[in-house]
Design a protein around this ligand. Structure first.
Ligand SMILES: Cc1ncc(COP(=O)(O)O)c(C=O)c1O
Ligand SMILES: [Zn+2]
Length: 403
């Protein structure tokens, strides 16, 4: 009932879907999965099903639905942010809260597909390099699937909650004295040498799960596309995946327009922003990326061609925000809307504020900010950057002094 093809985004070469391959063998280009469903796709196809990722099973690249590995990912809220609308003077703003996935980030959408695919390929071990959330998610899905999991993390630059999750779910955690880009380079070699399945976002199967963020936004807006979608960008897979989701719903006639995609990076790790502003088709890697938002502390994003494609095709844009702006946005979202996110996620809110001021986003637009990970992933940042709490003797008057 469905045809699944693997295609190089650079030279269009086609590969078989049961091959373990991450980039084109001929030109080194990134790979893309194409799912062609042979039946009708309409609103009715999904109606009446639970609101989670596998609601869209016809459009997912897994043949045997009975063998999927799922923790009931997806189906996250799209919340109207009236208080922030007022704050920013914006007509319509929605927050797509990906922190409410099973392990607390959007990565779960990719891992349900990635680990289901790993079982389909009959592999016994999976691995990733990670700024944190990928490792937390992969560890949980590998545990559910009963396969081994190895994660490589940059030493001292991963938020404590994420590291705790990877350990909790039983992954073998290896800390590398170097940054994420180095860890990724090593894990890619280890995987090809030892027959371990690589589940970083260079793996195109993962992005197929993440594209459902686009599907869900359309459904939650009652089959309308927003004008603009703002996404925090690190290794650059997610912005492309979401864009792919919108394009597919458009192709199936489920929505009559697509939004423009805006990527936000941290100033100290913004190679995509520089490329977009210079109208370049390639990035110049940043050797020593630095930002408080550790999830997007990436200098050489492997999916750069994908992000640049999404931004170009959608008439989108990219902007950088400072660490100070990120923390201010995190606080604003938490205190105006009651939504707690980790710093990387707050980049989309900081970006919105900046782009409204710059006039790149109009105040009468319908905007969706994707927030990618939960606040509890990185509690240390809150103790470090926010006001201190007080401690007093156990007496009413002592407490009253602080009311
Ligand atoms: C919370 C959070 N936001 C954003 C990103 C960036 O996503 P991508 O690497 O797909 O650009 C990540 C990736 O680790 C993340 O963990
Ligand atoms: Zn190729």
């Amino acid at each position: 009932m469905k045809k699944i093809t693997v295609r190089c985004i650079k030279c269009n070469r086609i590969y078989k879907s049961d091959e373990i391959i991450y980039v084109c063998r001929v030109c080194g280009g990134l790979l893309e999965i194409i799912v062609e469903y042979k039946g009708d796709i309409s609103r009715k196809t999904f109606e009446g099903r639970d609101f989670y990722l596998w609601r869209y099973r016809e459009l997912m690249p897994i043949i045997d639905y009975s063998k999927i590995v799922t923790l009931r990912e997806g189906g996250t809220p799209l919340t109207r942010a009236k208080n922030l609308e007022k704050e920013f003077g914006l007509k319509e703003l929605y927050i797509k809260n990906e922190g409410l996935n099973p392990t607390g980030s959007f990565k779960d959408r990719g891992m349900t597909i990635g680990v289901s695919k790993a079982l389909e390929l009959n592999v016994k071990a999976v691995a990733c390099a990670s700024t944190g959330n990928t490792s937390a998610s992969l560890a949980a899905y590998a545990a559910k699937a009963g396969i081994k999991c190895y994660v490589l993390i940059p030493s001292k630059k991963i938020a404590i909650g994420k590291l705790a999750q990877a350990i909790l779910h039983g992954a073998k955690v290896i800390s590398i004295r170097g940054n994420f880009d180095k860890a990724l380079k090593i894990v890619r070699e280890i995987c090809s040498k030892h027959n371990i399945y690589l589940l970083n976002s260079i793996n195109p199967w993962r992005l197929e799960g993440q594209k459902t963020i686009g599907y869900e936004i359309v459904e939650q807006l009652n089959y309308e596309a927003p004008d603009t979608v703002i996404v925090p960008v690190g290794n650059s897979g997610n912005i492309y995946a979401i864009w792919k989701g919108f394009k597919e719903f458009y192709k199936y006639g489920l929505v009559d327009k697509v939004p423009r995609m805006i990527g936000i990076q941290a100033e100290g790790a913004s190679p995509i922003v520089k490329a977009v502003k210079n109208k370049s088709v390639e990035i110049t890697p940043i050797k020593k990326p630095e930002t408080i938002a550790t999830a997007i502390r990436i200098g050489n994003p492997v999916n750069a061609p994908r992000a640049l494609k999404a931004i170009r095709e959608s008439n989108g844009y990219a902007e950088a925000v400072s660490d100070k702006e990120i923390i201010e946005a995190q606080k604003l979202l938490a205190r105006k809307e009651g939504i707690g996110v980790e710093p990387a996620s707050a980049a989309s809110i900081a970006g919105l504020k900046k782009l409204l001021e710059e006039g790149i986003i109009d105040r009468d637009e319908k905007v969706v900010c994707v927030v990618t990970g939960h606040a509890l992933k990185d509690p240390e940042i809150i103790f470090r950057m926010y006001e201190k709490y007080v401690e007093v003797d156990p007496k009413i008057e002592e407490v009253e002094k602080h009311l």
